[in-house]
Design a protein around this ligand. Sequence first.
Ligand code: ADP
Length: 671
Amino acid sequence: MYKINKSSNQLRWVILLLVLAVILPTVCLLWFMTQAVKNERLALRQKLIDFYTEQTQTLFIDGPRQYWQQQRELIGSQSDQPPSQFVSNSIIFSPSQLTSAIVLDSNRNIIWPKFSLEDPNYPPDRQTAYDKLAEIWETEFSKKDYSQAAERYRELASDKEAPLWWPATMAQARCLQKTGQSAEAANTYQQIAWPEKIPPGCQHLVIQARLALLELYKSLPEKDFAAEFEKQITIAASRLLDLDTPTEVFYLTRLLEVCSKTQLVDKVADDIKRCQQIIEADSVALEVAQKLNNPSALENWPEGEFRRLEIRDTVFCCRWDFGKCQVLPIASAASITDFWQKITTELDDKMVFCRVVDETGKIIAGQPETYRGRLVLFGQKFLSHNLGKPFPDWKIELYFRYGIFSAAARRQRIIYFWTAVLVITLMLIIMFLSSRAILKQAKLSRLKNDFIATVTHELKTPLSSMRVLVDTLIEKNYDDVNTPDKYLGLIAQENKRLSRLIDNFLTFSRMERNKHAFDIAPASPVEIANTAVAAVQTKFENESVKFDMTVLKPLPMINADKDAIVTVLVNLLDNACKYSYDNKQIELKVFREDNFVCFSVRDNGIGMTRRQTKRIFDRFYQADSSLSRRAEGSGLGLAIVKFIIDAHRGRIDIESKLGKGSEFIVKINIV
Ligand code: ADP
């Protein structure tokens, strides 16, 4: 028992080691895989960060800086021209984000845009001229004496070279129109409307005259004349921007209104658009100029930086110094947003999205991520960088889109997963095969050990009792004359037992090596039963066994090796006798059942538990009771029985109850 425990302990250790040999590498492999996936993710993340940091530098820092520098240089290169020229031509009409600009002279006075229509070239005696005009206005507007006013205006406009000719002629035409002399009024307007040369400061009169003419001709019956005028005004509209002072917002606006009323819109659409741009730009510039028209406005404003001005929908204004002159380019909020939006779109992709935020954190450009209408961030911020000049407090923020790493790592993880599955499966197979081999080997060596131990033990008992008997006989250590005969008889009996034991061992050993060749042939079951009974008869008589044999005829022949089946029955009968108490009752019954002939051996002996009956066919198994020990078995008898029955393709059933007895039924095929 101890031996078995010891070897099974060893086995347990071997199997434990094997399991460890599988589990440890598996755990290591899994750990390695997790680490590898993690590292993969980190490496990918770092790669992306490096890539996008570089991209950010190029797209958001270097690119814009270069762009604004170019804009600055463009204006700088033209700063020798009159401000009105370079502002209108280079900024507004170049493909720039800048819509207008403010120009300051060395004394920080705003010299562009102009706040009034006053022209420094206007005649020096303009006050006197206006006084004269004012007198006639009195007649015209207060007295409403239009004919007299017209006459007086005409007198004032007698000298065509005089500076007053322009306003006076204009007023004369107006009065003529008011008195209903449309044709005369038209003729007078004509003189102003298409002059060969416009003196400085009179452009607005030219435009006014053209407008008046347009309205007048529409009411006149002479259609052809009106058509001719339309032709001329189309040409005039296209030349609008050739005027020296495009900031005359009011007149431009009026002209545009008239053009649209006269269905000239399509013909002068481009010009209108340009005019509108100018009007818009100039009016914004005027508003900005008004806001900045105080000494503190430009304080603490670093050169080359944009500032936000709350004018209309917010505008941005920068400060560039060119020598003593300063230019403050203006950009609308929309154009600045557009500028950054274009760049963010260039960087946005499946992996990342970016945003430009101002100093307050407000998003200027970049897709705000929304979910069910709410602003949600589906990403992780990995970069935040100041944009530098000209927007030093603004930032570019880069986010990894949600789930990009899992997507990238998924492929790698699948590869790792299947590798791990393969390796683990291989290891399990190897473990299974090797543990099977080890178990087989262990079982074999245990069998061998058990066999040797049993053989030695079983041989020792009869040998030692024989030695005692022989010694007694040699030393003549006895009184009774019958003793030698009695001892010799006992020696012969022990000898027989020894031979039977050795026979059993040999049979078993042969069977183990599969060398027992059975001679299967038709045999009589009754004959077999009789032979077996004859073999145990003496023993049964000695043990006072109440033996009964029943043969239920007719019985067919069976296909069997006669001697082998006799061995089976002898073993069963012998066991029945061995494992019974003193009042032994044994019965052998031979009968037919279906295609079998059954040999039933029943006793009233010690019986077995259910568990024991399952194991009794195992080699060397002995139910550990004092009786079985006393019976001096080897645990091989039933193993031999099973082997023989299996070789005959028969069956053996057991019914046993502990303390009540057992029945073994052997079933052998009939011929
Ligand atoms: P042994 O040489 O020990 O008799 P066997 O293989 O013939 O070896 O029997 C194995 C074990 O089965 C026995 O040790 C005994 O415990 C049990 N056994 C066999 N036959 C009987 C029986 N008729 N009644 C009770 N126990 C039995």
